[in-house]
Design a protein. Structure first.
Length: 432
C-alpha cells in the first residue's frame, strides 16, 4: 500500500496534497520535497472518507488539536458529539478521541464517518476494554490487535509511546522527578513492563506496528511518555533520552514510508521552550512537533488554558507545528462544552500568534482587523475575530448610543477622534 510519503518520494502529487497546497498557498514542488523527507505530513487514513486534509509541518500554519472522549466517571457520548460539532464550528484541524472506558468503537466509528478533521487515538487507552483483559494479563502482541482495529476503522494518526523502552525507563528511575510519569499511556505501558518484566511491546514489535500503519496510511504520533508533568521536571535526562529514542524510531518509520510526528512537553518554564523546539527539530531531523501547551506554570488550576496558550504561542513561534489545546478544566475534571470552547479559542490565538512570527503572510487578517477598527466597522470586526460570536455578544451587552464608538470610550473614542480631525472636522466631547 502506498502512503502520502511514498507518493511524494515518487513525485506523485495526490488529491490530498493538492488540497493542502491550495489551503497553505505553497507550491507543488515545496510540498513534495518536504513530505518526501518527513518535514511535512498529511495524516489521511485511506478509510477516512469524510476527511478534509490538512498538512502539518515546515512552512505551514500551526494547527490545533482538540481532545475529547469519555471516562468511567463521565459516560455521555451525546456531549462528546456536541464537542465535535464545536470543534468543526471553529475549523479545528485535528480531533483526538481519548475515550478510555468501555467499548469505544461505536463513538469512534461515528466520529470517523462524519468528521472533516483528522482523527487521532491512543490505542493503549482502549486496550483493556477492547481485549476484555486486565492490564497485567495483556500479551505483547495483543496491543497490536488494538492498533490494527483502530487503523482499519479509519484513524488518521495514533499516539504510540514506543520511546519508553527499557533504556529510557532506566534513565527515568535515576531522575529526581516530582511528578514521575504523567502520560496516561506512558504510565500504563511502564506499569505493564514492570509487572511483566518485559520490553515495551510497541518498541519490541515496532516493525509490525509500521506494517499496520503503512497498510492504512496511518501517521505515527510518537508519544512523549516521559514528558515533564511540572516545570521542575522539564528538560531532564529522562525526557531527552526518550527524544533520542524517538529519533531512531522516526528514521525506521521513514524507511518504510510511514509518516511521523513527535509529541512534546508538557509543563515547561517559558525560558526553556525555544531551546526544546530547536532540540526536537535537530534530533528528529525536522519531523513535525506536536506539543501539549506547554504550560508555563503549575499553579494556574482553573485557568490552565491561559498557561497553555502562553507556552503554545512561544512554542509555535519557535517551530512547533501543532498545538494540543488545554482547557480551564485541565488537571481538575472532564471538560464541559464551555471549557472546550475556551480551550479552542485560547489555543487558536496561540497558534496564530506563533504564525505571525514565523509566517509573515499570516499577518494579513490582523491588518484587516486593524483597518476595520480604524473604520469602526463593527460587523467586519465580528467577522474577522476568532470568536466573533462572543465579540458581538459582549458588544451588544453594553451597546453605545452611537455606533461610532464602544461603551468604554464613548465620545473619547480615539479612532473616531482621529477620523474626524484628519478629515478637518471639529471634535466635540460634550454630550448633546
Amino acid at each position: 500500500m502506498k502512503t502520502q510519503m511514498s507518493y511524494a518520494k515518487e513525485g506523485i502529487f495526490t488529491k490530498q496534497m493538492q488540497i493542502v497546497a491550495q489551503k497553505e498557498q505553497v507550491s507543488e514542488d515545496f510540498l513534495l520535497e518536504n513530505i518526501a523527507c518527513g518535514k511535512i505530513i498529511i495524516p489521511a487514513n485511506i478509510n477516512h472518507k469524510a476527511l478534509d486534509p490538512n498538512g502539518i509541518g515546515y512552512g505551514l500554519k500551526t494547527k490545533v488539536n482538540v481532545n475529547l472522549g469519555v471516562s468511567n466517571d463521565c459516560v455521555d457520548y451525546s456531549e462528546e458529539i456536541k464537542k465535535v460539532e464545536l470543534a468543526h464550528k471553529f475549523n479545528i484541524e485535528a480531533i483526538m478521541d481519548l475515550s478510555n472506558y468501555g467499548k469505544t468503537s461505536r463513538f469512534r466509528d461515528e466520529l470517523i464517518a462524519t468528521s472533516k478533521a483528522m482523527i487521532g487515538t491512543v490505542p493503549v487507552y482502549d486496550a483493556v476494554g477492547f481485549l476484555e483483559k486486565d492490564l497485567k494479563d495483556i500479551k505483547a502482541k495483543d496491543f497490536l490487535d488494538v492498533v490494527y482495529h483502530h487503523a482499519k476503522s479509519g484513524v488518521d494518526f495514533m499516539t504510540i509511546h514506543a520511546g519508553i523502552n527499557s533504556r529510557a525507563a532506566r534513565v527515568f528511575k535515576e531522575c529526581d522527578r516530582i511528578t514521575n510519569i504523567v502520560s496516561r499511556g506512558g504510565s500504563v505501558l511502564y506499569a505493564w513492563m514492570q509487572m511483566n518484566d518485559a520490553e515495551n511491546p510497541f518498541y519490541e514489535y515496532y516493525d509490525d506496528l509500521l506494517a499496520i500503519c503503512k497498510e492504512f496510511d496511518v501517521t505515527l504520533s510518537l508519544g512523549d511518555a516521559l514528558r515533564p508533568g511540572c516545570t521542575h521536571d522539564a528538560s531532564d535526562a529522562a525526557q531527552i533520552t526518550e527524544l533520542i529514542e524517538l529519533s531512531s524510531l522516526t528514521k525506521r518509520a521513514w524507511a518504510q514510508d510511514v509518516q511521523v510526528m513527535i509529541e512534546g512537553p508538557g509543563h515547561m518554564a517559558i525560558n526553556e521552550i525555544e531551546a526544546n523546539m530547536q532540540l526536537e527539530k535537530r534530533i528528529c531531523n525536522g519531523a513535525p512537533f506536536y506539543v501539549l501547551g506547554p504550560l508555563v506554570t503549575d499553579i494556574g488550576a482553573g485557568y490552565d488554558h491561559i498557561s497553555g496558550a502562553i507556552g503554545g504561542a512561544v512554542a509555535a513561534a519557535a517551530g512547533a507545528d501543532i498545538l494540543c489545546y488545554v482547557t480551564p478544566a485541565e488537571h481538575l475534571r472532564l471538560p464541559n462544552l464551555e471549557d472546550v470552547r475556551d480551550g479552542i479559542v485560547a489555543t487558536k490565538i496561540a497558534a496564530h500568534a506563533g504564525d505571525i512570527a514565523k509566517l509573515p503572510k499570516e499577518r494579513k487578517i490582523d491588518d484587516a482587523m486593524s483597518k476595520a477598527r480604524q473604520d469602526i466597522d463593527w460587523e467586519k470586526m465580528f467577522k474577522l475575530a476568532i470568536d466573533g460570536e462572543k465579540a458581538k455578544k459582549m458588544f451588544n451587552e453594553r451597546k453605545p448610543e452611537e455606533l461610532n464608538s464602544c461603551s468604554m470610550c464613548g465620545k473619547m473614542c480615539a479612532m473616531n477622534t482621529m477620523n474626524k480631525i484628519l478629515k478637518g472636522e471639529d471634535v466635540s466631547l460634550i454630550k448633546e
